[in-house]
Ligand binder design. Structure first.
Ligand SMILES: Nc1nc2c(ncn2[C@@H]2O[C@H](COP(=O)(O)OP(=O)(O)OP(=O)(O)O)[C@@H](O)[C@H]2O)c(=O)[nH]1
Ligand SMILES: [Zn+2]
Length: 358
C-alpha cells in the first residue's frame, strides 16, 4: 500500500514556516520546562505569573493580562513563576526553578536566602586591566555553575588596553564551557556581542566588582529605555515610596535584566558542585589517587602530583582549587562546627599564654 503523507507536509508554496509571535508569558520568560509542571485544566483557575519585583510588603507579578501586587508568598523570590491563586494570593504555588542564586544569611542561623530564580545567563564582568583576576573569575563561574546559570565572561575596557587578546586567552583557560567576550562597553559593541544571550524571553544578570562596567553594559542594553509596565507604585504607611529590593527590568527587545543588590554579596556557599565543574580536570585526577582521602601532598600514588610532574596541570590553578575547596568547606560548616573549632582555638591560645607566663 502506498501511503499518502502529503497531509502531514506543509501546503506547497508555503515552504516557509511562519514565525509565531511569542505569547505574553513567553515574553516574560515562560518556557516548556514550566509548562511541563502544570496541568492545563488547573492552570485556568491558577494561571502562571512571574515575580518581577520583591518588596518588603509583597510581590509584583505579571501574567497573561495580569499585573498586580500580592502579599509575600513563602519561599518565592524574584524571577520565580507562581501558579497564581486569585482567592488567596499568598497561597500561590512556586513552580520548580530552572536555576537559582542563593546565599547564606549573614546572621547567626546562616539560613539559605534566595537571591533570584530562573536566570538564564549571568555576565561575569571584569576589565582588561588590574581588575582582571583569574581566581575571582573562577569563583564567579563556580557560583554560576552551582546556580545552573550559563556564565559568559565579559572583559570590558578592551579599548584602553594594548593587548586584550592576552586577557581573553587567560580567561579562556578557566573552563571550556565558558565563552569569553572582550569589548568596549562604551561603544556600539555590547548590543551586538551580547545579543545571543539577550533574546526575548531570556533572563540575564551581571556579576563583577565595582567599576568594571556593569552599569555601562546595562545602559547599552537599555538604550531604548526601560520598558517597565510600571503602573504600580508602592507607598508605605507614611506615603513614602518604598524602595524596590529586587527587580526584573525588561529591555525593548523583551529580555529581562535582573537588578538586585544581593548579587553583590554573593559568597561561596554550598558551591561544591560548581567548583567541581570549573575544575573538572583536577577533580577527575583526584578520583584516581590511590587513597580516597589523599591530600595530594606527598601521598604515594597521588594522580595530581603525577600530573604536576608531567607538566599536565598548572600548579597555580591547582593552588586556586585547593584554596576554593578549603573556603567552601569552611563556609559550609555549620555554626556548631565553627563554635567547636573556635573553642578548640581558644583553648589552644589559652594554653600557649599559660605556657608563656611560666
Ligand atoms: N573606555 C572604557 N571605559 C569604560 C568601559 N566600561 C566601563 N567604562 C567606564 O568605567 C567606569 C565604571 O563603569 P560602571 O559601568 O559605572 O561600572 P560598574 O561595574 O557598574 O560599577 P559599580 O556600579 O560600582 O558596581 C565608567 O566611567 C565607565 O564609563 C569600557 O569598555 N571602555
Ligand atoms: Zn592525590
Amino acid at each position: 500500500m502506498i501511503r499518502d503523507y502529503s497531509k502531514f507536509l506543509p501546503p506547497s508554496g508555503s515552504r516557509k514556516i511562519p514565525k509565531r509571535e511569542p505569547s505574553s508569558l513567553e515574553k516574560f520568560g515562560w518556557k516548556p520546562f514550566f509548562s511541563q509542571q502544570i496541568d492545563v485544566d488547573a492552570a485556568a483557575d491558577a494561571p502562571p505569573v512571574r515575580v518581577v519585583e520583591v518588596h518588603r510588603t509583597g510581590l509584583r507579578v505579571l501574567g497573561e493580562s495580569l499585573d498586580t501586587l500580592i502579599p509575600p508568598v513563602p519561599n518565592a523570590t524574584v524571577g520565580d513563576w507562581l501558579l497564581y491563586d486569585p482567592q488567596k494570593p499568598s497561597n500561590s504555588q512556586v513552580l520548580e526553578r530552572r536555576s537559582v542564586f542563593a546565599r547564606r544569611a549573614p546572621g547567626s542561623d546562616r539560613k539559605r536566602q534566595l537571591i533570584a530564580a530562573n536566570v538564564d545567563t549571568v555576565f561575569i564582568v571584569s576589565s582588561c586591566n588590574k581588575d582582571f583576576n583569574i581566581a575571582r573569575l573562577e569563583r564567579y563561574v563556580a557560583l554560576a555553575f552551582e546556580a545552573q546559570v550559563t556564565p559568559v565572561i565579559v572583559l570590558t575596557k578592551a579599548d584602553l588596553c594594548d593587548n586584550p587578546e592576552a586577557y581573553v586567552k587567560a580567561a579562556n583557560t578557566i573552563s571550556n564551557r565558558v565563552l569569553v567576550e572582550a569589548l568596549n562597553a562604551l561603544s556600539e559593541e555590547p548590543n551586538a556581542r551580547l545579543a545571543p544571550w539577550c533574546k526575548p524571553g531570556q533572563t540575564i544578570a551581571f556579576l563583577g566588582s565595582s567599576g568594571v562596567g556593569k552599569s555601562t553594559l546595562v545602559n547599552a542594553l537599555f538604550r531604548e529605555g526601560i520598558v517597565d509596565t510600571a503602573a504600580i507604585r508602592e507607598d508605605d504607611s507614611k506615603g513614602r515610596h518604598t524602595t524596590t529590593r529586587r527587580q526584573l527590568h525588561f529591555t525593548a527587545e523583551g529580555c529581562a535584566v535582573l537588578d538586585t543588590p544581593g548579587m553583590r554579596e554573593l559568597q561561596l556557599t554550598d558551591v561544591e558542585a560548581g567548583i567541581a565543574d570549573v575544575f573538572a580536570d583536577i577533580v577527575a585526577l583526584a578520583r584516581q589517587c590511590r587513597f580516597r582521602d589523599c591530600r595530594h601532598d606527598s601521598e604515594p600514588g597521588c594522580a595530581i602530583q603525577g600530573a604536576l610532574e608531567r607538566d599536565e596541570i598548572d600548579p597555580d590553578r591547582l593552588a586556586r582549587w585547593n584554596k576554593l575547596t578549603a573556603e567552601e568547606r569552611f563556609n559550609a560548616s555549620s555554626l556548631a562546627e565553627r563554635k567547636t573549632a573556635d573553642k578548640a582555638l581558644h583553648k589552644m591560645i589559652n594554653a600557649i599564654q599559660q605556657k608563656n607566663r611560666k
